[in-house]
Design a protein around this ligand. Structure first.
Ligand code: TXA
Ligand code: MG
Length: 329
């Protein structure tokens, strides 16, 4: 391997760069996308393996739910159900630095990994022309967290993205510095009103003026923290018990397997899903949440075969531990 690799930074207004970015997204790769807030690390939100590559590239130790970016309101309507107030806010502030957390439509087609198994979906219509061009050319929603390695600050230039993520991203579209520079404001409609999940590029006062109601601040210690969404919306957890590192299956348990070798007595399992028979952690991550959903209700306990806690495996094991933890009453 040569020490010098050509830069993957390409001008966002270059027609060929845009075509290459769309081709990369179609191939399930990830692309650095300029937005008015911060640069995003974009992947096809409908493709579980592509979404898994986002978490792998970020080095995220857990699966935080991701924002689905759309080109227009019609695309958002296909993903989530708007209440009257949320629609008014979308009409007033989109495109722009506002993310709305709304009930996900059952036929939204968004990968379970992108929502971390939640029944809600965060949607946002960015105003940046480069983001708009990419979304329109691709034609499907893009899942995109901020384009930084986990624990680092958000990237506001293409150079930051490349420095943080290097070749983990196929192409970084360069449109100069993000002009808002802080992430979008995240708002959730709750049965009792509006909750501010993250302060961001759109001031709370502007939201209150249009909504005609106060916006209640839900204190989130760290926007990157995996517990963040759990404070408001119920985080998906199976009703079944989850037993980790199972080297053998007990009668009647459901089994989540991983790799070519099954635990002992796998034949006793009431149902078996192998996250990746070839032991691929990207494939396993993409299947994790749907596997939990599918096996839930089929047994009182889901036994999970040992999964190596390295690379994406760390996030898989973290999420399984959370699924195994008792829920507050
Ligand atoms: O400005 C932005 O929002 C940037 C650009 C790229 O669009 N994106 C961004 O994404 O900041 P990220 O992944 O770094 O932060 C998204 C936050 C996370 O804290 C996540 O927990 C929360 O949104 N979130 C996503 N889906 C959620 C949901 N269904 N319920 C509650 N919180 C959610
Ligand atoms: Mg972030």
């Amino acid at each position: 391997m040569a020490a010098h690799k050509p830069s993957n930074i390409r001008p966002a207004d270059d027609v060929d760069a845009l075509k290459d970015a769309v081709a990369a997204l179609e191939a399930g790769e990830i692309v650095g996308m300029p937005t008015e807030t911060v640069y995003g690390l974009a992947a096809d939100a409908t493709n579980g393996e592509a979404v898994a590559r986002i978490y792998a590239a970020k080095g995220r130790p857990s699966f935080n739910p991701l924002i689905a970016h759309v080109a227009d309101l019609a695309a958002a309507e296909r993903l989530v159900v708007f209440d009257a107030v949320s629609r008014r806010l979308a009409e007033a502030f989109w495109p722009g630095p506002l993310t709305l957390v709304l009930p996900k439509r059952p036929d939204a087609g968004i990968s379970d990994l992108a929502t971390a198994g939640l029944d809600t979906l965060a949607v946002r219509m960015p105003s940046h022309p480069a983001a708009q061009a990419l979304l329109k050319a691709f034609g499907r929603p893009l899942a995109a967290p901020s384009a930084n390695r986990s624990g680092h600050v958000s990237a506001t230039t293409a150079g930051h993205v490349a420095a943080d993520l290097g070749r983990r991203v196929a192409i970084v579209l360069d449109a100069g510095p993000s002009h808002v520079g802080v992430e979008s404001t995240i708002l959730a409609a709750t049965p009792t009103g509006l909750a501010l999940l993250r302060a961001g590029g759109l001031p709370r006062e502007s939201i209150e003026a249009v909504a005609g109601m106060p916006v209640e601040r839900v204190e989130l210690d760290d926007p990157e923290a995996p517990t963040a969404p759990g404070q408001l919306v119920s985080h998906y957890a199976p009703g079944a018990m989850v037993r980790l590192d199972a080297v053998e299956v007990l009668a009647g348990e459901a089994l989540i397997a991983f790799g070519p070798t099954l635990p002992r007595h796998a034949e006793l399992a009431s149902a078996v899903i192998n996250l990746s028979p070839r032991g691929d952690l990207i494939e396993a991550a993409a299947r994790l949440f749907s596997a939990l959903r599918e096996l839930d209700g089929k047994a009182a306990t889901i036994a999970v075969a040992p999964i190596p806690a390295k690379g994406l495996g760390e996030a898989i094991v973290d999420r399984l531990r959370r699924a195994a933890a008792p829920r507050p009453a």
